[in-house]
Design a binder for this molecule. Structure first.
Ligand SMILES: Cc1cc2nc3c(=O)[nH]c(=O)nc-3n(C[C@H](O)[C@H](O)[C@H](O)COP(=O)(O)O)c2cc1C
Length: 240
């Protein structure tokens, strides 16, 4: 197995960090790796806000629903869809199409994953903070985001002060379909539910009972940030 694949297969989110800083040299390598990711139509629609101000970090903890590691991580990056700079290059640019918002969200995710992987390859760890979208308007105002620039998620990075178990994923046979869509295998899900149930009960912290299926019924049976469309629309995005 090569070191890149080894790093990928060892991924787990890190939410507890030591006080050690990430050096400017490391950060430069991490960000350059993120920025080197593929970009739809070479549009380069992502902006990253590096939040170093401790008072702003505290506010972001609150806006993300009390996630303390937003404050304690060595670095906190906010990934945004950004068509503002394209608009400044040409007022003919039409950022309002939903397709462009999809492109922006996809590109931000790809850039972010390259960023996290680069950090993990250096022995660092991190976690995405989608919780920022609990309060998108407040985050937007705090960061001074202009029109056509919208917050997608944050990312904590730092030196790990924990070594959580790897979370088991759905088996390839459920995720990968050959040629045409295959029916869901009840047997495969049952086995995965046993595996996740065991994982939840035996992991180092936040132990609980329940399976992945229980998690899905609970998580997806309620409204999902129903205010997001109006936030995007207020930024001039996804109105067409
Ligand atoms: C876009 C995105 C947003 C996420 N938001 C949060 C978050 O707000 N808080 C958090 O603790 N974890 C967050 N996560 C981490 C997931 O919970 C985590 O990746 C998932 O449970 C799998 O665990 P693992 O990364 O340790 O394998 C997010 C992950 C992604 C990809």
């Amino acid at each position: 197995m090569n070191p890149v694949i080894n790093t990928m297969l060892n991924h787990r989110s890190i939410r507890k960090f030591t006080d050690k800083v990430i050096t400017e040299e490391e950060l430069d390598m991490i960000l350059s790796s993120g920025i080197s990711a593929s970009s739809s139509s070479f549009l380069q629609t992502t902006s990253i806000i590096r939040v170093t101000d401790p008072i702003m970090r505290k506010a972001l903890v609150q806006f993300s629903g009390g996630q303390a590691y937003v404050e304690t991580a060595a670095e906190f990056l906010v990934f945004c869809i950004d068509y503002q700079r394209h608009y400044q290059l040409s007022s003919q640019v039409k950022p309002e199409f939903t397709e462009l918002t999809l492109i922006g969200a996809i590109d931000a995710g790809i850039m972010a994953q390259n960023t996290l992987l680069a950090a993990e390859s250096l022995g660092l760890g991190g976690v995405y903070i989608g919780g920022l979208r609990n309060s998108p308007k407040e985050v937007d105002e705090l960061l001074g985001l202009p029109q056509y620039c919208a917050v997608m998620f944050g990312m904590c990075l730092g030196h790990p002060d924990q070594s959580p178990q790897i979370k088991p994923r759905l088996p390839q046979k459920v995720i990968v379909h050959q040629n045409t869509y295959q029916p869901l295998s009840a047997q495969a899900i049952m086995e995965y539910d046993d595996e996740t149930n065991h994982y939840y009960q035996s992991r180092g912290s936040n132990q609980k009972t329940g399976s992945w299926s229980d998690h899905i019924s609970e998580r997806l049976s309620k409204e999902s940030r129903s205010f997001i469309l109006s936030y995007l629309n207020s930024k001039g995005l996804a109105t067409k």
